[in-house]
Design a protein. Structure first.
Length: 83
């Protein structure tokens, strides 16, 4: 009886340790993935904001909308709405 209980306790301890390690590893991987996605999204938003800033400056200097669109990659309809 003691041997069975000891064996059962060893298995439960091993499972608990394994789950804790797995959860910690999963949490770390999830955080790293989330940070990478957030950084990528932030960089993309920054690039878009810079394109709009450049388009506004070009428009203020009298550059035609079609040239601004070709230069920045922003659609002409969006350039027409810039102030």
């Amino acid at each position: 009886m003691i041997t069975e209980r000891d064996y059962y306790n060893m298995l439960n301890t091993a499972k608990a340790d394994g789950l804790a390690e797995g959860e910690a590893k999963g949490r770390e991987e999830g955080l790293a993935e989330g940070e990478a996605k957030g950084e990528a999204r932030g960089r993309e938003e920054g690039r878009n904001e810079e394109k709009i800033r450049i388009a506004k400056a070009l428009k203020e200097n009298g550059v035609a909308d079609n040239i601004i669109a070709a230069t920045t990659g922003i659609p002409e309809w969006q350039i027409a709405t810039l102030e």
